[in-house]
Design a protein around this ligand. Sequence first.
Ligand SMILES: [Zn+2]
Length: 255
Amino acid sequence: MMRSTHLAMLTALICASTATVAHARRKGRGGRKGVRCDSARYGCAAHNTRYFDKLVRVTHHPPRSQDRACLGRLRRAGIKFRMLVHVKGVKTPVLVRSRRLGGVLYRRSWSNRRRFILDCHMVEALVAVGPAIRKAGVATIYYSSSWRYSIVKGTRRLSGHAYGVALDVTAIDGSFGYASVVRDYEKGRWGCGARNKTPKGKAWRRLYCALRLGRAFKTIFTPDKDRTHRDHIHVEGPNPRLRARPRRRRRRRSR
Ligand SMILES: [Zn+2]
């Protein structure tokens, strides 16, 4: 009798402690050790990225600190977007709702479940280089990370993604078919496609040169850079002089 009472008490104690741990995890009180935010590509910036994601709000009246001129240009270019506030690190954050930027289709890569948030000027630059990307034969860009408040892996430095001025491209498609960085990028073949062996490898170098055209972006890291970039191309730092052109309106029929 005594033994069974002890056993019941012990079971109750174990159940209670398990419930407390589960509750603490749900509440996010697991402490730094319990937080999983370091990925293969990025490191944590004080908090889990989700912590910063939850702060984001839509606004209809962007504050003065934001680049309202850029928002106006984006609107006139026919881009659909939501204006945002409390996007940590980003000067003029927008949630991109248009599927096409400058005639190029942007699709999330299969593993990307995050919102398409970027700084207004990064979007503007993508719109501006769109025709050059199309000319390079690329119709669709598959992207993984856009805005993401994190640090560069192995450093204490904030990533370009934390400022909303970087985009990771994992795959493209066009007349050459579907080409991913990990399978089709030919390492060590510089130039704009002339030195490549395969049509898909050529497509990647043509895209690289399209993004480099007129120094549209300050930094482009490919698998040639290091192992971190073996499966994506990191595009960062839009040229501040780039402008999205206003969309041409259809002429009204003359009576
Ligand atoms: Zn990146």
